[in-house]
Each structure stands twice: as structure tokens, then as C-alpha cells.
Design a protein around this ligand. Structure first.
Ligand SMILES: Nc1ncnc2c1ncn2[C@@H]1O[C@H](COP(=O)(O)OP(=O)(O)OP(=O)(O)O)[C@@H](O)[C@H]1O
Ligand SMILES: [Mg+2]
Length: 261
């Protein structure tokens, strides 16, 4: 019998909460959804692909020796760079100061268009159920390369007038990525973050959004979300009674149900 180093079981589901707009909660949603998937017993990896390193500063329990750029440049393999955060949750971080990620993305990535594909196929050998990717608010070559390797893209939005334009322009960009790579990527969910139902304009925005083709998952404004980041904990660990937690759970259950179908 050959010895299996890694399990050959289920496929690792790759999800990115992304939109080309800043400050809408991409990082907050990614980290908290990942922590909840891990609490549900799913082996979950978060991959910080944003040179701002917000996700890493929030969730890393120790200063990283290696980061995602070390993996791309061949200084470390992914296993050496991954940190276990606790339970079933792990992170492949970015080092906030001095990481070569931005430089690598702007120089080497152009010359190695399949780099992300190879990187993700290495992650797939590590037996994770889910890998959630956090990117910076842009659609440069790095974000496009990450997107082209995903099973699912979920768009986080805040309740602002221009957000609908942002969703439409993201859908166009995604079709372009799908066409040029001859792939299809699931994109049927919107997370409407930072919603305050006491604002008429927020309720009106939600009504507009409901006319589109997406399933809408609402996350309300909740100061505990910002506070858990200062405490360097996930929302579920920091404030198990937070009002936004059941809303995150609804999203997590929907993601898990689809995986199990
Ligand atoms: N539902 C919420 N209620 C209250 N504050 C929130 C909520 N979601 C996110 N925040 C806060 O809003 C700020 C922006 O969130 P976050 O960093 O997750 O956005 P982002 O889209 O990742 O930003 P960037 O585009 O810079 O990467 C953070 O301070 C975060 O704590
Ligand atoms: Mg972010």
C-alpha cells in the first residue's frame, strides 16, 4: 500500500469576498466567516493576499517568520509559512512591513502567469476544507490571478448609492476573467455589510439591491466587529453574544450547505 502523506478526500473550497471598493468589510467578513467555519469543525485556511496585511495583523498569534511572498519567491513552502491560529483555523499571512508581495506581484507575476494556480494546487494538498482569500480593494493582476483560481466570489458591499455601480462593474470584470480563462466562477451572493435599518436610505438601498439577481446576506453595523480586531480575536471568540453573529452564521450555514450538496 502506498503511504499517503496527505488525505485525498474532499476538494478544498476556495472563496474570496471581493469587490474593487475599499473599507466595505472584506477583511472583517473573511476573518469572521473563516473563524465560524472552523468552529463548525471545518479545517479552514485564510490566505492574506493584501499587502496592507490587515487580516494578518488581526489574526496572527505570533510574528510571522515567512509569509505568502516567501512562498511565491521560493524561500519557504506553504506549510512552513502557515500559522495555526487555534482549533481548525490557520492563516497564511503577509508580513506588514518588508513583505515582497507587492513587488513580486508587479514584477514576477507578469512573467509567471500560472504562479497562483501552482500555489493553490500546493495548498490543495494540505487537507483544508475551506480556503478564504483576502485581497486589497483593486483589480490588478494579483487580484485577477487570485479570482481566476476561486470556486466562488462573494461581493461585500456597504449601503451606499455607488455600490450598485460597483457590483455591475465587478460582474463585467468577472465575466472577462471567466471568458479569458474558459472557466465559470460562482458569484450569486452579496453581503450587505454595515447596514443600519434605522436609516431610511439604508432600507431603500436594500430594496434596490433585492431587485438584482443576487442572494443578499445582511450584516448589521456592530461596534463589536471593530473591537474584536483590536483584541486580536474573532468576533465569536471575543463577543459570543454580539448582535451581528447570527447574521454571520446565516451566511456560514449557506456556504456549508452548498459544499455538502
Ligand atoms: N458590520 C460592521 N459594523 C461595524 N464596523 C465594521 C463592520 N464591518 C467592518 N467594520 C469596520 O470597518 C472598517 C473597515 O473594515 P475592513 O477593514 O474589514 O474593510 P475592507 O473592505 O477589508 O477594507 P480595505 O479595502 O482597506 O481592505 C474596520 O475598522 C472594521 O472594523
Ligand atoms: Mg481589507
Amino acid at each position: 500500500m502506498p503511504v499517503l502523506l496527505y488525505s485525498d478526500k474532499a476538494h478544498m473550497r476556495k472563496i474570496c469576498f471581493h469587490i474593487q471598493k475599499g473599507g466595505v468589510g472584506k477583511t472583517s467578513v473573511t476573518g469572521n466567516v473563516a473563524a465560524l467555519l472552523a468552529r463548525e469543525g471545518k479545517k479552514t485556511l485564510v490566505v492574506d493576499c493584501d499587502p496592507q496585511a490587515n487580516l494578518s495583523s488581526w489574526l496572527c498569534t505570533k510574528k510571522p517568520e515567512y509569509d505568502i511572498a516567501s512562498v511565491f519567491t521560493g524561500q519557504a513552502d506553504a506549510e512552513a509559512a502557515i500559522q495555526q491560529i487555534g482549533g481548525h483555523l490557520s492563516i497564511l499571512p503577509v508580513i506588514s512591513i518588508g513583505s515582497g508581495l507587492k513587488q513580486w506581484a508587479e514584477t514576477e507575476l507578469v512573467r509567471s502567469p500560472r504562479a497562483l494556480e501552482f500555489f493553490i494546487s500546493d495548498l490543495e494538498k494540505l487537507n483544508f476544507d475551506y480556503a478564504l482569500f483576502d485581497c486589497s480593494p483593486s483589480l490588478s493582476l494579483l487580484e485577477r490571478s487570485v479570482i481566476s483560481c476561486m470556486d466562488e466570489l462573494i461581493n461585500p458591499l456597504s449601503a451606499e448609492f455607488f455600490s450598485i455601480d460597483g457590483v455591475e462593474s465587478f460582474a463585467n470584470e468577472l465575466h472577462h476573467i471567466e471568458r479569458s480563462n474558459r472557466i465559470t466562477i460562482k458569484n450569486d451572493k452579496i453581503v450587505l455589510n454595515l447596514l443600519n435599518r434605522s436609516f431610511t436610505r439604508h432600507r431603500a438601498f436594500l430594496e434596490e439591491l433585492e431587485k438584482l439577481r443576487y442572494r443578499i446576506f445582511v450584516i448589521p453595523q456592530d461596534s463589536r466587529i471593530a473591537e474584536c480586531q483590536i483584541a486580536r480575536k474573532s468576533l465569536a471568540d471575543f463577543a459570543p453574544k454580539a448582535k451581528s453573529l447570527p447574521f454571520f452564521m446565516e451566511l456560514v450555514h449557506s456556504i456549508m450547505e452548498e459544499q455538502e450538496k
